[in-house]
Design a protein around this ligand. Structure first.
Ligand code: FE2
Ligand code: FE2
Length: 282
């Protein structure tokens, strides 16, 4: 993983998202906790067989993948702190902390794949803003619930079908192997929020549940382009990380109804049915 902080884009002076890697004992510790990375078929991508425009697009997609995995690590890190601050069950807090390590391992895998594709493309982002925002003045329980809903109940829930479709469409062994490894971890990431709400919901006021329902709908709306944008027939590996085709788009719509709206309703977090219907309309 090549990357160092260089002070940002020399033209715009905007901070650029870059990674660093220490190696040695800290990397060895990560790989003891998350083994298997070196068994993936690295070095098998034949760049000469990929059209230059497609390779650039693949680098862009996987660079964005590195960023979203990094942002997920920050989100679960913030969630872990919020869970500790509201006295959530210790095993839930431990699970959230462990997911941070999952996401950092995913950062490594996506970054290595990006390097094999020819290197990352610049992403303008100030890491000081990477942690999720919560409502000003929210008490610890609500702060944890906000991060759990946006990060786990919505974002991670949608990443499972999106990644599954990417995996189904991917043809290269290395891309398939990386996606399979990421996908294997995503299910528990999506369940943590539900388990937290089962504990927290009895302590949430009706107004707080309404606020969380609005947040969930807003978060779903932010992802709606994944299934609303035109299907991508000629996208390069891994054909983006979204709906890709009618099968993937249908899976994302079904997840909104069955994997997000229904589970949240069981905790008294009821989304506006008309708004949801409009968001998943074909
Ligand atoms: Fe991940
Ligand atoms: Fe995740």
């Amino acid at each position: 993983m090549r990357a160092r902080r260089t002070g940002g884009d020399p033209v715009t002076a905007a901070p650029i998202f870059e990674l660093d890697w220490r190696g040695g004992a800290s990397a060895a510790r990560l790989h003891r906790r998350r083994p298997g990375a070196d068994a993936l078929p690295w070095g098998t991508l034949d760049l000469a067989a990929i059209a230059p425009a497609e390779a650039i697009e693949a680098r862009r997609i996987w660079s964005a993948g590195v960023f979203t995995e990094y942002a997920s690590a920050a989100a679960f890190s913030a969630l872990t702190t919020a869970l500790l601050e509201c006295g959530a069950p210790v095993d839930l807090a431990a699970m959230s902390g462990d997911i941070v390590v999952d996401e950092l391992f995913h950062v490594e895998l996506c970054a290595r794949l990006t390097m094999e594709l020819g290197g990352g493309v610049p992403i303008a982002f100030d890491l000081a803003a990477i942690a999720p925002l919560t409502s000003a003045g929210a008490r610890p329980l609500l702060r944890a619930a906000e991060i759990a809903v946006a990060t786990s109940c919505v974002s991670e829930a949608l990443s499972v079908p999106a990644m599954a479709r990417s995996h189904a469409l991917a043809t290269h062994p290395l891309v398939r192997a990386v996606l399979a490894r990421l996908l294997a971890d995503e299910g528990p990431h999506a369940r943590l929020g539900d388990w937290f709400l089962a504990w927290a919901a009895p302590h949430l006021a009706p107004a707080e549940r309404t606020q969380l329902a609005h947040l969930a709908a807003d978060t779903i709306e932010a992802y709606a382009p994944l299934w609303q944008d035109a299907a991508c027939g000629g996208c390069p590996i891994p054909r983006g990380l979204g709906g890709h085709d009618d099968v993937g788009r249908a899976a994302l719509r079904a997840t909104v109804e069955r994997g997000i709206v229904l589970p949240l309703s069981r905790h008294g977090i009821v989304l506006d049915a008309g708004r949801v219907a409009a968001l998943v309309a074909t």
